[in-house]
Design a binder for this molecule. Sequence first.
Ligand SMILES: Cc1cc2nc3c(=O)[nH]c(=O)nc-3n(C[C@H](O)[C@H](O)[C@H](O)COP(=O)(O)OP(=O)(O)OC[C@H]3O[C@@H](n4cnc5c(N)ncnc54)[C@H](O)[C@@H]3O)c2cc1C
Length: 193
Amino acid sequence: MIPRPRPAQHEPEAPRDLIGIGIGPFNLSLAALAHPLTELDTAFYDQRPAFDWHPGLLIDGATLQVPFLADLVTLADPVNPWSFLNYLRSRDRLFPFYFAERFHIHRAEYAAYCRWVSDHLPGLHFGHRIDAVRWNPGRDLFEVDFTRRHDPEGQDGCEDGECGDVHGRAYAKNHDTASAARWTTTCIRVGPS
Ligand SMILES: Cc1cc2nc3c(=O)[nH]c(=O)nc-3n(C[C@H](O)[C@H](O)[C@H](O)COP(=O)(O)OP(=O)(O)OC[C@H]3O[C@@H](n4cnc5c(N)ncnc54)[C@H](O)[C@@H]3O)c2cc1C
């Protein structure tokens, strides 16, 4: 069973409590751990069109360096629904996984698990590149500028492996397309409301 997303509670102009820049495993873990805390208003942004862990580096047969319990949530919050075991259950693979006794999972499997979390966890915004973070002393909050990618054809502009490894080049290319109105720049606020 996939955890049911809670409804969005954010007022459009209200400052957030917490913003995560980038949605790699670290911030995906933070987002998953924050999900049950319904009083916390969070949002996470990544420039990529979807979660993609080390594109081009998931070599066949390569495993994680730690056993599966060091997933995004379990060691900090064993009852959190975004666990690797819940991912296996959603795929009807819990029993085969357990009896195989191979607890250092493949990196590709870990990436698929993270993708499952990122596909269902609310409050994640892909296709958003953070451009600047600055403190506004007058309003006692941080302001975060981001550029949002418009992608009507489903093309993300990043060839396989490029976004992960050659950020500067990928960004320069994306900047070139700004004049073609594929990007919208916006400002969001973080702090007390
Ligand atoms: C080949 C390889 C194998 C590894 N194997 C392991 C392993 O087995 N176990 C382990 O614990 N660690 C491993 N690591 C270490 C790796 O650093 C972590 O696994 C993990 O990717 C770190 O997560 P992260 O969320 O901090 O950063 P990242 O995974 O690097 O994610 C950062 C994210 O931020 C986004 N981003 C960056 N700047 C912006 C911006 N301005 N606006 C919007 N989004 C932005 C990027 O698009 C990216 O999605 C490995 C690293 C490599 C290179």
